[in-house]
Design a protein around this ligand. Structure first.
Ligand code: COA
Length: 375
């Protein structure tokens, strides 16, 4: 391995304390549907308002593989009169919600890497949604863990994690930083339209963090060497969120549904499966590795059926569950953190010399692929 080899030397995850099962979610959602239909009965009868339909736990699990999700606040989401998490802004002197989730994952990742905050000189916080524009949440995390150097935020939606890993690897390899931490705290419950039957079940809150440093400085026995990274973006409206700071300039439209997560799920499925499969396969082959010899695929965690298809197209056969592990049943879609959480939970059993691919695909469209080998 070359002296400039870069490695992932520790990982950590964190989740908020509340969980919501599909069954609980549907009880709350269906109560909202009945309330809405009762209150709008006259307009529905006249054809002026579309009657809402109920959701089922069976559909959610079959269509996506999701059984439950972690959320920062449960009571608001399940209250048919609220239908959103109730999350109060904390005083500026306290850690904000997103930084709190991030700090917990960072501490675990540092411990697993045999490092302390002071060893870190780059904090890259990547997320689909940032709690505020500035100062960077990354700087708050940098301060809380006692890191040195520089910190900044970035957002590539569901590919935030893989794109940040690529950036951190490049920074460490170039010598701009000696030890980086990539942290991906996703409070997806805050941007989800809990009133929308097509998407109310998709996301969960969660966070993952990786310590990235030269292989030569690793303090752990079996770090994961980064063999290559690759990123792609292709503009599409099929997953979109028009929320943003200009919303206050048109207050009459500020709370319209397009200011939250929206997607054409079927179209996304059809576009992403071939795009991601070809991209991942070409990345692996460009590094002279046979996709069949890759031991594990930590795929983006959006849909279990989609992952089965992508893994099959990459490897050329049906894969066993352990080859492309899913965490959707427990965590749902945690956007940029999903494949990193899958890595954290499913890498310790792998032998020295084995390879794995960590990848993401989502809004943008954006696709990221990180090829790893265990020392
Ligand atoms: N409960 C019960 N039925 C539901 C439902 C719900 N919550 N939501 C939709 N349905 C119904 C629909 O009405 C439709 O029935 P109909 O044909 O009688 O009208 C049927 O189920 C199929 O709906 P559809 O939206 O086509 O489902 P799907 O199989 O495409 O699954 C997703 C929906 C979102 C799970 C799936 O499309 C997906 O995951 N796509 C990829 C999304 C992705 O990767 N996004 C990236 C985000 S990071």
């Amino acid at each position: 391995m070359s002296s400039s080899a870069i490695a992932i030397t520790g990982s950590g995850i964190s989740v908020p304390e509340h969980t919501i099962t599909n069954e609980e979610l549907c009880v709350g959602f269906n109560a909202y549907v009945r309330l809405f239909n009762d209150e709008n009965a006259a307009a529905i009868a006249k054809g002026e308002v579309v009657e809402l339909r109920e959701s089922t736990a069976e559909f959610i699990e079959t269509a996506s593989g999701i059984k439950q999700r972690y959320v920062v606040n449960k009571s608001g989401i399940l209250d048919p009169r609220i239908m959103r998490p109730v999350i109060e802004q904390r005083p500026d002197e306290e850690l904000c919600h997103q930084a709190e989730l991030a700090v917990r994952a960072c501490k675990q990742a540092l411990e697993n890497a045999g490092r302390v905050g002071e060893d870190v000189d780059m904090v890259l916080l990547a997320s689909s949604n940032l709690q505020r524009p500035y100062p960077a949440v990354a700087m708050e995390v940098q301060d809380a863990i006692g890191a040195r150097g520089y910190a900044y935020d970035m957002n590539v939606a569901c590919s935030s994690g893989t794109f940040a890993i690529q950036t951190a690897v490049d920074n460490v390899r170039a010598g701009s930083a000696s030890c980086a931490i990539v942290v991906v705290p996703e409070i997806m419950s805050g941007h989800l339209n809990w009133c929308d039957r097509d998407s109310h079940f998709i996301f969960g809150d969660g966070c993952a963090a990786f310590v990235i440093e030269p292989l030569a400085t690793s303090r752990v026995d079996q770090p994961w060497t980064v063999l290559g990274t690759k990123a792609l973006t292709r503009y599409s409206h099929n997953i979109r969120n028009n929320g943003g700071y200009l919303g206050r300039c048109e207050p009459e439209r500020r709370d319209e549904p397009d200011k939250l997560f929206m997607q054409q799920g079927r179209k996304v499925f059809k576009d992403i499966v071939p795009l991601a499969a070809t991209f991942i396969r070409e990345h692996i082959e460009s590094l002279d590795i046979d996709p069949e010899r890759v031991s594990r695929y930590w795929l983006h965690q959006a849909n279990a059926n989609m992952n089965r298809l992508i893994a099959k197209r990459v490897v050329g056969r049906d894969t066993e569950p352990h080859e492309a592990p899913t965490i959707l049943d427990t965590y749902a879609n945690t956007a940029g953190a999903g494949s990193m959480i899958a890595f954290h939970l499913h890498n310790q059993d792998m032998a020295a010399g084995s390879t794995g691919v960590l990848c993401s695909f989502g809004a943008g469209y954006s696709i990221g692929s990180i090829l790893l080998r265990r020392q």
